[in-house]
Design a protein around this ligand. Sequence first.
Ligand code: MSP
Length: 498
Amino acid sequence: MSNSFYITTPIYYINGTPHIGHAYTTIAADCLARHKRQAGFDVYFLTGTDEHGQKVLKAAQESGLSPIEFADQIIPVFKKTWEKLSITYDDFIRTTEDRHKEAVQYFLQQLYDKGDLYSGEYEGLYCVPCEVFWTEKQAQDHLCPDCKRPLEKIKEKNYFLNISKHQDWLLDYIEKNPEFIRPESRRNEVLAFLKENKLNDLCVSRPHTRLSWGIALPFSPEHVTYVWFDALINYISALGFPHDKAKFEKFWPCAVHLMAKDILRQHAVIWPIMLHSLGIAPPRMIFSHGWWLVEGEKMSKSVGNVVNPLDIIDEFGIDVFRYFLLREVPFGSDGVFSKEALIRRFNADLANDLGNLVYRTLTMAEKNFEGRIPELKECELDAIGRDKIMPKIKGLNAAVNECLEKFDFTGALSAIWELVGVANKYVEETKPWNLKKEGKVKELENFIALLIAVIRVVASEIAPFMPHTASKINAQIKDDHVEKGEPLFPRIVKEKTK
Ligand code: MSP
């Protein structure tokens, strides 16, 4: 079994700055990357930016810059945001980099040489802002089915990828590989789509006269590559395709492409067929999560309901934001973002549960044993310690692994918090102040040793989700003594009452 783990986020459009939707996918990918690294995997975590196409050209024109100047000034905003969210990507790809352009041109040339790209007269209804062609049948009112703006009738020479040829292969592949598209509901959607529709060949070029900002087709310089064809190749250009065979073979096929459901079809239909046309294996998994909604709508620049992740972390902290996004809604479902919900989670799970457990345990260690950590003697534990807590401590890593194998972040966090909850209950039931009064020193030692063992394993398992909290806890619990700090999560009092 290979020890490598290649995980990607979509490459984001740069006509806006990152919002919490982009942060969500990137944080989820970061959590998995950290988790796999912690488990000893050789991880390659890729994110980046999608810089060609009409949208970027338009945004650049509006700011009076050339497209590349525009891109160069916005990339630092992306990088800074990911840095502030403690994103540990291994590579950040820009589609304007030479390594990417070369890979796209190589890809195109190979397809052309094989005869899988052919030229033809294209006539269709085109949505300029979305950069998508629609058929008469799809858009009978000549309005874009996605954005509802008027479509333009266009006739021009273009190049097409023969994707219809591979439809049966793809259908068969998806059917034989149940893990290829996740979650199940999305897999069923793609299967139904492929069964009910005959795929049209994909127009992979745009005449230079209509779109100047893109990668030129090597065999027809008066055309540039369609932005999606260009963008999807980032997943292999970042691995050094086609020249760096060692790196490519080490990490491809990709363990998982993460994205939201808006771009599932490009990833689950176009991309595997593009790869298959060149005899390259498809990614092992495509996981499509849900949308964060704000006031009932998908967040978008045009709706004007964008939440900036940097504002949230300034107010609540990085780990709180990461925790909230991954805990609040099951990965795959839609969620509603609100500060009230975040504060509720903060007070309940972080202040009352985890923060309290750490603070009270370290306080007891200081008060009773001058900060020394007593030795854990399993054979001397009481019934709750032995039967309820110890098995949970020993089983936590496996439980978290099992959940994260299924991208079940909420499940993994619930398993961790179940142990925190049991430990807090143990404190309330044991009443350590009585042990002290009754002079039961041995019992008190075991009790505190067990709580420290709980906190240690919790710190280790939350590290991929909340790296700073894990470090703070580890800094307070040394090998043989504790050094209590400030409470980790002081309660937020401005919670709204309903
Ligand atoms: N550039 C293309 C992707 C090319 S990948 C080869 C693109 N870019 S995008 O900037 O629009 O990013 C879309 C992705 O951002 C979604 O698939 C998702 O990962 C993330 N999200 C954007 N808004 C989101 C929400 N409101 N909620 C959850 N995720 C969101 O499409």
